[in-house]
Each structure stands twice: as structure tokens, then as C-alpha cells.
Design a protein around this ligand. Structure first.
Ligand code: KG4
Ligand code: ZN
Length: 335
């Protein structure tokens, strides 16, 4: 069994998987949302303090499984540095105490495995990664090599929901709040422009749309109309760029991962897009779209046999956090 710890942002999570059957043996998640909601975003100092308070007790709750563990996995990149440090410190202590190898896992590779929690990875695959910190289109080759095909030049898709929600005086995280309010609004109430429409640039940009929302919020009280129009245009921007990428690369499968992949309007539009291009759409269970340790444990299973060769102490000494690591050139089996 592998025990994994995830603490890269504002969720403390511990999971244990059986590395041969991929069965999830334990799953415990503590969300900090209520602590950050008053600030409209994650406050790193609060996040770090809460991880430090929560994680040791969450790990100790799994004591009965300690004798069956073969390795300890932990998210070490990318993320908020003070949040990553909390998880990595607890993981190092546990690895040292139990004399087990330590496996550092890239959080974004973890999100990719949310598609394959209890199955082998199905490759080649195109992935749309939409989280709070990232908006990326990835090509993953049959050998697991990652190529970044497009990314955002400013805000991420999820972040733009968080910022729009703040302007509309909704809570944090903004994604679910905007989605809820948008249901009762007219998505044509505001004629926001689709970012980079008609431009050959293969990238995403959400900061212009954010400003359009800011102006609308200052001049209108139709909050549901703003939320619905914003959601329509944010999704239309993803579809506009992605349809060109799909037409050029003709993938057989497209996977969508990350917290914002829970958005139902995005899912419905991607479904339509994939049908048009005879491409299979792979989604993660809603529960595992947002940050969680099950996906980290699943990813760690791939690196386990290689890392198990390293001495326990070496792995503890060499594992560092890497808050801003690039994903390009990494491999989903060998990281
Ligand atoms: O992957 P995730 O849980 O954390 C990061 O790794 O960043 O993603 C969190 C992001 C937040 O920006 C949140 O507002 C967004 O995902 N999100 C959504 C929805 N649910 C979460 N965005 C749009 N619609 C949603 N239903
Ligand atoms: Zn994430």
C-alpha cells in the first residue's frame, strides 16, 4: 500500500491505495474553504497553518495501515510553497519514522491520474487541465511524454471564476458559486467578447473578460445575468481554442481534469465538441476533480518501483519542494 499526502493549496488530504489492485483503502479530506472565503482567495499563511494543524492527526488516523505501507507519497510541486512545505515535512517525518521510501509527486501529473484512479492509463491522450492555477492543453504520447500545446498567458480558467465571484460578492471558491448563480440568469444578458477570437495565437487569456465583468458589475445589478454571460463566454473561449487544437492534432481521446473540470456547462460543451470530432471524452469522478490525495497515490504507484531502489534516507534528503516547476518534457510514468 502507498500512503499519499496532498497539501499544495487549500485542501489537506490523505489517501491510501493498494498499489496492485488500485483499490482505495482510505480517503480523508479536510477543506479549508470556510477559512479563506472572507478573503475571496487563498491566504498562504492561513493555508500553511491549517495544514500544519490538520495533517499530523489525519496521518495518525491511518495508524492501523502503517504495517502494510511500502512507500509514502507527497505532492512536492507545483503549488503554494508554504502549503507544499507543510505536506512534505509531515511526509518526511513519517517516511523516517516508518523507514519507508518517499515519492515526490507533481500535482499536475496527479490530476491526470484522476482519470485513471482504478485502471491503467489509456494513451495517447490529449488533456485539458483546468484548475485554480493552470489552464493547459497537453499532448501525452503513447510512452507518457508530456508536451504542452497551449496554456494561459494570464489568469487561469478557474481563477477567472474566483475573481468574477469576488466582484459579484459571492463566496470562495468562485467556480461553484458562479455556476449556481448562472443557472437563474440570462446568459445573453451581457455581450462579453470572447477572448482572442479570430487570433491565430494558440493560448488562453482571461484577464480581458475579467475586466468586462468588473465594468458590468459596476453598472448593473443583474448579478445572475453577469454570472451566466461570463460563464458562457469563458467556456466559449476554451472551446474556440481547443477545437482548433483538436482539428490539428486529431486525438482519439480527450481527458478533462482539475477542479474546474467539474463545471457542467464546460462538460456539456466539450461533449458536443468531442462528438463532432469523433473523439472520446474522459472525465474524472466529480469527487476527484478537485485537489485530493487519491490521485497523488495513484501517480506515485507508477514511480514506486524506480524510487524503491533509492535508500530511505537519500529520498528524504533529496526531496525538495518545487513550487513553479514546468510540466513540459516530463513523463507520466517516470517523474
Ligand atoms: O484543481 P483545484 O481543486 O485546485 C488547484 O489545483 O488549483 O481547482 C480549483 C479551482 C478554483 O479556481 C475553483 O473556482 C475552480 O477550480 N472550480 C470551478 C468549479 N469548481 C471548482 N470552476 C468552474 N466551475 C466549477 N463548477
Ligand atoms: Zn489542483
Amino acid at each position: 500500500m502507498i500512503l499519499a499526502i496532498e497539501s499544495s493549496c487549500d485542501d489537506s488530504c490523505v489517501a491510501i491505495i493498494n498499489s496492485s489492485s488500485l483499490e482505495l483503502i482510505a480517503f480523508d479530506k479536510s477543506s479549508q474553504e470556510s477559512a479563506h472565503t472572507a478573503y475571496g482567495g487563498v491566504v498562504p499563511e492561513i493555508a500553511s497553518r491549517l495544514h500544519t494543524e490538520t495533517l499530523p492527526a489525519m496521518v495518525l488516523k491511518q495508524k492501523e495501515h502503517f504495517k502494510d505501507l511500502k512507500a509514502i507519497a507527497v505532492t512536492n510541486a507545483p503549488g503554494l510553497s508554504v502549503s507544499l512545505i507543510s505536506g512534505v515535512s509531515v511526509a518526511k517525518s513519517l517516511a523516517l519514522a516508518l523507514n519507508l521510501p518517499l515519492i515526490g509527486v507533481n500535482h499536475l501529473i496527479g490530476h491526470i491520474y484522476s482519470l485513471f484512479l482504478d485502471s491503467e492509463a489509456k494513451l495517447p491522450l490529449m488533456v485539458l487541465l483546468v484548475s485554480g492555477g493552470h489552464t493547459m492543453v497537453l499532448n501525452i504520447s503513447g510512452d507518457g511524454d508530456i508536451e504542452v500545446l497551449a496554456q494561459t498567458s494570464d489568469d487561469s480558467f478557474g481563477e477567472s471564476f474566483d475573481k468574477a465571484a469576488k466582484m459579484l460578492e459571492l463566496g470562495y471558491p468562485g467556480g461553484p458559486e458562479i455556476e449556481r448563480l448562472a443557472k437563474s440568469g440570462d446568459d445573453r444578458a451581457f455581450d462579453f467578447t470572447i477572448p482572442l477570437k479570430g487570433s491565430a495565437r494558440m493560448e488562453f487569456s482571461f484577464s480581458g473578460l475579467k475586466n468586462q465583468v468588473r465594468l458590468a458589475a459596476a453598472n448593473s445589478s443583474d448579478r445572475a445575468g453577469i454570472a451566466a454571460s461570463f460563464e458562457r463566454v469563458a467556456v466559449a473561449h476554451i472551446i474556440d481554442k481547443l477545437s482548433k487544437i483538436i482539428a490539428a492534432h486529431k486525438p482519439k481521446s480527450l481527458g478533462i481534469v482539475g477542479g474546474a473540470s467539474a463545471n457542467l456547462r464546460l462538460r456539456a460543451s466539450l461533449n458536443e465538441l468531442c462528438e463532432k470530432h469523433s473523439c472520446e471524452l474522459l472525465t474524472a469522478p466529480l469527487k476527484y476533480c478537485s485537489d485530493n490525495a487519491a490521485m497523488i497515490a495513484r501517480a506515485a504507484k507508477e514511480a514506486y518501483y524506480k524510487r524503491a531502489q533509492t535508500s530511505v534516507l537519500d529520498s528524504i534528503l533529496s526531496l525538495q519542494i518545487s513550487p513553479r516547476t514546468p510540466l513540459s518534457g516530463m513523463n507520466i510514468f517516470n517523474f
